[in-house]
Write a protein that binds this ligand. Structure first.
Ligand SMILES: Cc1ncc(COP(=O)(O)O)c(C=O)c1O
Length: 428
């Protein structure tokens, strides 16, 4: 195997999703305030992708910082079997009201929130004495990097070395749509036909990213499609898992994408914006009906799953503070779509821009460029470099350019983001 000099700013660190032989050197960030990241060297950058889609209210938010600090002084961590604590209880009460799912199970990140949802779904059928093998997911899905989450995600370059270890999953096409898409109904019908056929086999669960597949290329579907899927899944007496790790907490313009689509899943995976993006935490919400399937005298009914940091009090305090901020100003997320729209309209007839789409705080389009569509398309790094020269941090998914900024982003900063994109388009 060829040996490359690993280019890393630090000899002891191994960064995620990065080929060190070819990647640019990472820059050191010293602080963050609102939508800005302050570098050791160079002008501040607008964090136009919310640092991997997590930062919700902006960096260094005083309410978030105070809530975490206050909790750190009171109780930073405690084993969550045998004990409970007020921040966890309060979060459980609040999330059960806003998700319509009564029970909350804690884990550490988006992948584990998905793993737990899959395990709950499979074991629920097992506990009923009717084990079901089939799980249905969508083409292009991304649900995380642990084994179960990888199995339900699209199989690709990232999962290829593990292919033999991943359980089989049935697939339905994802009828992505965009402004002016005339074939959308046709694509949806074709996808629903595949789903109908698959649902003839006993199925434990269907998992989807409602409205928006993130890592799959900011690929959006219509609420009508999500509703049609949910209806069929329910009619077939199959469990529906909504992976709202990305879409939760206002990202799609409503509290949850499920709300915007008008559906009620049986299980919901949440993370990222859960703690306002300040601390790592995941939760899996489950309906009372599902929960009751795990309750009884027989130990075999128990969900034997847990993590050292289950319900970490700092994470719970951050999540409660983040909900306070969202409740105090829901217009911040409800109004974002309109703010994007006026800028996107400017790009509508640009020869380099295709397939414009928008939901809530997330705006995306495809670059009309050479090369295979996908994560490794070279146009992405070019746009990223030029945008950075204009003070904006973007991280295109191959030829897909998107903005997913924190709610703190001002009109002027949003204008700067679109200005940086236009500058990049001009140089492509
Ligand atoms: C929809 C979705 N599910 C799950 C995950 C995995 O979350 P994490 O990276 O926190 O493990 C992601 C991450 O981007 C995601 O977008």
């Amino acid at each position: 195997m060829a040996s490359f000099e690993a280019r890393s700013r630090h000899p002891n660190l191994w960064p995620p999703f990065t080929q060190l032989a070819t990647a640019a050197l990472p820059q050191r960030i010293v602080s963050g305030k609102g939508s800005l990241l302050y570098r050791e060297h160079g002008e501040p950058l607008i964090d136009a992708i919310s640092s991997w889609w997590v930062t919700l209210h902006g960096h260094g938010h005083p309410v978030m910082a105070a809530a975490i600090a206050e909790q750190a002084h009171r109780l930073e961590q405690v084993i969550f079997a045998d004990f409970t604590h007020e921040p966890a209880e309060r979060l459980g009460e609040r999330l059960s009201v806003i998700t319509g799912l009564e029970r909350l199970f804690f884990s550490d990140n988006g992948s584990t929130a998905v793993e737990v949802a899959l395990k709950i779904a499979c074991q629920w059928w097992h506990n009923q004495g009717q084990p079901r093998q089939q799980i249905i997911a969508f083409d292009g899905a991304y649900h995380g990097d642990t084994f179960g989450a990888m199995a339900v995600g699209e199989r690709n370059l990232f999962s290829e070395p593990f292919e033999q270890k991943l359980f089989p999953v049935a697939r339905v096409p994802w009828p992505s749509t965009w402004w002016g898409d005339e074939a959308v109904v046709e694509k949806e019908d074709a996808a629903l036909q595949v789903l109908d056929q698959l649902l003839e086999t006993p199925t434990a669960a269907v998992i989807l990213e409602p409205l928006l597949q993130g890592a799959g290329g900011m690929a959006m579907v219509r609420p009508e499609f999500v509703r049609a899927v949910a209806q069929r899944v329910q009619d077939s007496n199959v469990l529906l898992i909504a992976d709202e790790v990305l879409t939760g907490f206002g990202r799609t313009g409503d509290w949850f994408a499920c709300h915007r689509a008008g559906i009620q899943p049986d299980l919901m995976a949440l993370s990222k914006g859960l703690t306002g993006g300040c601390l790592p935490m995941g939760v899996t919400m489950a309906s009372e009906r599902i929960f009751q399937g795990f309750v009884g005298q027989d130990p075999a009914l128990t969900l034997w799953h847990g993590h050292s940091f289950t319900a970490n009090p700092l994470g719970c305090a951050a999540a409660n503070a983040s909900l306070d901020l969202l409740e105090a100003n829901p217009e911040a997320f409800r109004g974002f779509e309109q703010r994007h729209k006026q800028h996107l309209q400017r790009l509508l007839n640009h020869p380099r821009v295709g397939r414009i789409r928008l939901t809530g705080t997330v705006a995306a389009f495809d670059l009309n460029v050479e090369g295979t569509a996908g994560y490794l398309n070279p146009a992405g790094p070019t746009v990223k470099r030029i945008a950075m020269e204009h003070g904006v941090f973007l991280r295109p998914l191959g030829q897909v350019v998107y903005l997913l900024p924190p709610l703190s982003t001002s009109d002027q900063q949003l204008e700067q983001c679109y200005g940086a994109i236009e500058a990049a388009l001009a140089k492509l």
